[in-house]
Design a protein around this ligand. Structure first.
Ligand SMILES: *Cc1c(COP(=O)(O)O)cnc(C)c1O
Length: 376
């Protein structure tokens, strides 16, 4: 008799010998921060994306904060973003003292609805944080056109969208500064870390200073031109990042293959809606989520999957219904599309080394549960 099968985790980073080799190189060099590895990683990343500048930071959240600050967000200002995102897309505005204004999402893509964004603009709006959720590009050119008409900055939260393309253009190269993130569940990782990409020399120079305690680029270590932060990325993290960029095409391809397999395994399963494709756009696979029938008790399904050794997550919870945002006055009913999607969305185990056998098990367990589903 074999025991119960190995539990299947929700995410796993793809780390190999090249990551170990480059980390060891940094350790032996003695330059653990502000050494040569940071710029090597940044150059490789910028070249891969196809953008002029990339400035590494300590997290995606830090990058969003710096861009919100540069956009002029502050007390009395407002920043518009999606309620169907990771909380950092909204918190970056609160760090500056600005208020967050949520615009509802599109029912199929889960991305910001440009018409809802336009309706949310007020004379106090300073910036729009346009999120590319679950690696599917948002309608960034429409959002930029709206922002340009109103003289508002656009920040792209591309934390989940490394390698995605909007109408053939790589996310991060469509004109607004963008932030990518490297927490271990993202397409590529540096442990903790993030990066800001831009074609704008002034934005790039400003990020270099702001991430480094507001230092002048005069090279004088103790000259501080303005208030900055310590949002630097260390060279050990950059070493992992460089190795990941070298292997990025293969990393993304293995994730896409796993997503395709789920698509085949789950097609036709009653009561489950699969992720949409948008003609002309390329999704970069960050998570694999399905929408359950509204009558099904999604959270009970998560418990039943866990009992069968399959990790899953209610993903994403609506930001405006988090306690922090309820305390700021937000209530259920405010953003009905987001709330409906958020209540039904289920993230399944997803990473590049997930085997066909593991995926068959996930699909079979989900099908077995949904044959006689727990109801709300
Ligand atoms: C992961 C993520 C972030 C934040 O990145 P960290 O590196 O964890 O700070 C921001 N926005 C979105 C949409 C994310 O998924």
């Amino acid at each position: 008799m074999s025991g119960s099968p190995e539990p299947i985790p929700i995410a796993r980073p793809d780390i190999g010998p090249r990551e170990e080799e480059l980390v060891l190189e940094v350790l032996r060099s003695g330059s653990l921060s502000l050494g040569p590895m940071g710029p090597r990683f940044e150059r490789a990343f910028a070249d891969w994306v196809g953008v002029r500048h990339a400035a590494a930071v300590s997290s995606g959240t830090a990058g969003l904060h710096l861009l919100a600050h540069l956009a002029g967000a502050g007390p009395g200002g407002e920043v518009i973003t999606s309620p169907f995102s990771f909380v950092a897309s909204a918190n970056c505005a609160l760090y500056t003292g600005a208020d967050v204004v949520f615009a509802d999402i599109d029912r199929d893509t889960f991305n910001l609805d440009p018409a809802a964004v336009e309706a949310a603009i007020t004379p106090r709006t300073k910036a729009i944080v346009a999120v590319h959720i679950f690696g599917l590009p948002c309608r960034i050119e429409e959002i930029r056109a709206i922002a340009d008409r109103h003289g508002i900055a656009v920040i792209e939260d591309a934390a989940e969208a490394l390698g995605a393309r909007r109408q053939r253009r790589m996310v991060g190269t469509t004109g607004s500064p963008a932030v990518f993130a490297f927490y271990p569940n993202k397409q590529m990782t540096t442990g903790e870390g993030g990066i800001v990409t831009t074609d704008d020399d002034a934005v790039y120079e400003a990020i270099l200073s702001l991430r480094n305690q507001g230092r002048a680029d005069s090279g004088q270590w103790l000259a501080h031109d303005r208030l900055g932060w310590n949002y630097r990325m260390d060279d050990l993290s950059a070493a992992v990042g460089l190795a990941q960029v070298e292997r990025l095409d293969a990393i993304l391809a293995s994730r896409a293959a796993v997503a395709d397999r789920y698509g085949a395994l789950l097609a036709g399963l009653d009561g489950v809606e699969l992720p949409v494709a948008v003609p002309g756009d390329t999704r970069s696979w960050f998570v694999y989520t399905v929408l359950l029938d509204p009558a099904v008790d999604r959270d009970a399904v998560i418990g039943l999957l866990a009992a069968r050794g399959v990790a899953s997550k209610p993903y994403l919870p609506a930001i405006h219904l988090q306690p922090l945002y309820r305390d700021r006055g937000h209530r259920p009913g405010e953003l009905p599309v987001c709330e409906a999607v958020s209540a039904r969305c289920l993230a399944l185990p997803f990473f590049g080394s997930l085997t066909a056998g593991q995926q068959e098990r996930v699909a079979a367990e989900l099908a077995a549960i949904l044959a006689d589903p727990p109801l709300r």
